[in-house]
Every structure is written in structure tokens, then in C-alpha cells.
Design a protein. Structure first.
Length: 66
């Protein structure tokens, strides 16, 4: 049995309250990883074209207020 399979087996055995706490913790970890990925991509210049395009759209009045 793999580590992941053991983990999933343990998760299935959680009470509803424990599962909710676990799920919230996993979502928080996912958000942290996403934030780090975005920060890394931004620092590496991978978002520059998207930013330039958004700024150009805004400058050309091709945007609308949120």
C-alpha cells in the first residue's frame, strides 16, 4: 500500500468534524502553494505579457468597472 493509499484510508475513517477540519487545512495548504507558484512565476517574468495585455486593454478603454 502506498503512502497516499494509507493517507486516504485514514481520511475515510475521520469523523465528520475531523474531516471538515482536515479539508479546511488541505484547502489552506493548496492556497499557500498557489500563492508561492504565482509569486515564483511573477518573479520569473512569466506573467509580464498578461500584465501588459491587461494594462493595454485598460488604457484602450476596453475594460469595465468591477
Amino acid at each position: 500500500m502506498t503512502r497516499l493509499e494509507r493517507l486516504l484510508e485514514m481520511v475515510r475513517e475521520l469523523s465528520p468534524e475531523e474531516f471538515d477540519t482536515f479539508a479546511a487545512s488541505v484547502e489552506e495548504l493548496r492556497a499557500e502553494r498557489w500563492d508561492r507558484e504565482i509569486e515564483h512565476d511573477s518573479a520569473a517574468g512569466r506573467l509580464d505579457k498578461l500584465i501588459e495585455g491587461a494594462l493595454a486593454s485598460h488604457a484602450g478603454a476596453r475594460t469595465r468597472p468591477l
